[in-house]
Design a protein around this ligand. Structure first.
Ligand SMILES: [Zn+2]
Ligand SMILES: [Zn+2]
Length: 423
């Protein structure tokens, strides 16, 4: 059957058209001819609903690929790919810049949510939290960027989309701890899908990460992408780490690792440093140092040595007094408890640092029975949280004892690179 031209359809749908390049009223309720599947791995190509297959990357010189439409697309800066679509007929179908679907207009380069199932999901309940809404979206939708829109008629509208992956959709080993909530990874895995499978327009922005001067701190969009994935390079047979298929991200902190935007970082205001410190790295450093002091019975001295400076503004005077009082109380507590009690609670013998616990303690929170404190071992005895809630106070770490009297201490937080106290 010869495809109807968009001109024919215009006659019937003129009232719904908004411009020459806008195609009207695609019926969303229509069930796609074939269920559309997103490729789990790029090597397994799955038919798009209109029987077009997309190969990316593709060699346009390949003589075996005659019945194919060849083109190139820049999906992101430095992420340009040659691809081909079979059969060649793809290139003969009229292309449009915009598509109208159920009162929403979709344009090339828009990012869209695509129904995973033929039957669209029941709408989410209105009082979902952001986290629940994210789970709902991840469960029900794929995410694609519209590269081209073409139509045989107003009832046969096809979209060439490049997929963005939720981190959980990435092939094994490529989901990283730095991937944040609401993060997507733009890939060169492409498909032609039926426009009826669009759910709605996605508000997913490119996010350029943090600058050196502290700008855009904590302003990560709820949904965003910052990284690309060369899905076409993924080899399901190779066991080698294929992390190089993910584009490089900025690294921060003394640990020189990427940042998970769902977690906090703290910027050093020292002009010759300007390092972003991961919250977890700051906490680990303070926790370990505090724990050393703790098991040696001199955590109160440690807290005093690392007392937060209170020179910022007059309102800080009050907290100083309060803090002094608290420190006094803590010293009293410490004297009461004594070093032996601390040793007993932590189960660590301090004489040589490699001894074994006495194993007689009755608390389940006891740790360190295997000897020398390991990385993170302090976490079983202490908690450390960073607080910058008071604008007049510098950043402070609150150290709390998990066992015994559950005492707490407040100490300053030093930049891991230059050592200067963070404000
Ligand atoms: Zn770090
Ligand atoms: Zn610094």
């Amino acid at each position: 059957m010869a495809p109807a031209t968009p001109n024919n359809s215009k006659k019937r749908k003129a009232s719904e058209l908004e411009s020459d390049d806008l195609l009207g009223n695609v019926h969303k309720s229509r069930t796609p001819k074939q269920s559309m599947k997103k490729p789990e791995h790029h090597t397994e190509h799955v038919d798009g609903s209109p029987n077009f297959r997309v190969y990316c990357p593709a060699d346009p010189e390949d003589p075996k690929q005659q019945d194919a439409f060849h083109s190139e697309v820049t999906l992101a800066e430095g992420f340009r790919w040659k691809y081909r679509i079979e059969p060649k007929r793809w290139g003969d179908i009229k292309s449009y810049k915009n598509v109208k679907l159920q009162e929403q207009t979709f344009s090339t380069n828009d990012i869209i949510y695509v129904n995973r199932q033929d039957i669209p999901p029941a709408p989410p309940s209105e009082n979902l939290t952001e986290k629940e809404l994210l789970e709902y979206d991840q469960k029900n939708f794929w995410v694609g960027k519209i590269i081209q829109a073409r139509a045989d008629s107003d009832k046969a509208v096809y979209l060439l989309v490049a997929w963005l992956y939720w981190p959980d959709e990435l092939p094994k080993g490529l989901k990283k701890s730095y991937h944040g909530d609401g993060e997507l990874i733009l890939s060169n895995a492409m498909d032609v899908i039926d426009a009826t499978s669009i759910s709605f327009l996605a508000e997913i922005d490119y996010w350029p990460e943090f600058g050196d001067n502290g700008e855009t701190l904590q302003q990560t969009p709820e949904r965003f992408w910052r990284q690309t994935f060369n899905a076409g390079g993924y080899d399901t047979h190779s066991r080698a780490d294929q992390s190089h298929l993910l584009s490089n991200l900025r690294t921060y902190c003394k640990c020189k690792k990427q940042q998970n935007p769902s977690k906090r970082m703290f910027h050093c205001s020292n002009k010759s440093c300007k390092t972003w410190n991961h919250e977890e790295c700051l906490i680990e450093e303070i926790g370990r140092n505090a724990f050393n002091a703790y098991v040696n019975g001199n955590i109160d001295e440690f807290a005093k040595e690392h007392e937060p400076s209170m020179t910022l503004g007059q309102r800080a005077l009050q907290p100083v007094k309060a803090l002094a009082k608290r420190i006094e109380e803590k010293i009293e507590h410490a004297l009461e408890d004594g070093l032996e009690a601390v040793k007993e609670e932590t189960g660590i013998k301090m004489e040589n640092g490699t001894g074994h616990g006495n194993g007689t303690s009755t608390t389940s929170k006891v740790s360190g029975k295997r000897g020398r404190p390991r990385k993170g071992a302090w976490e079983q005895n202490l908690t450390v949280t960073l607080s910058n809630s008071d604008a007049d106070k510098p950043l402070v770490a609150v150290i709390k004892e998990k066992i015994g009297k559950q005492r707490s201490w407040e100490v300053k937080v030093d930049c891991l690179l230059c050592g200067r106290a963070m404000d």
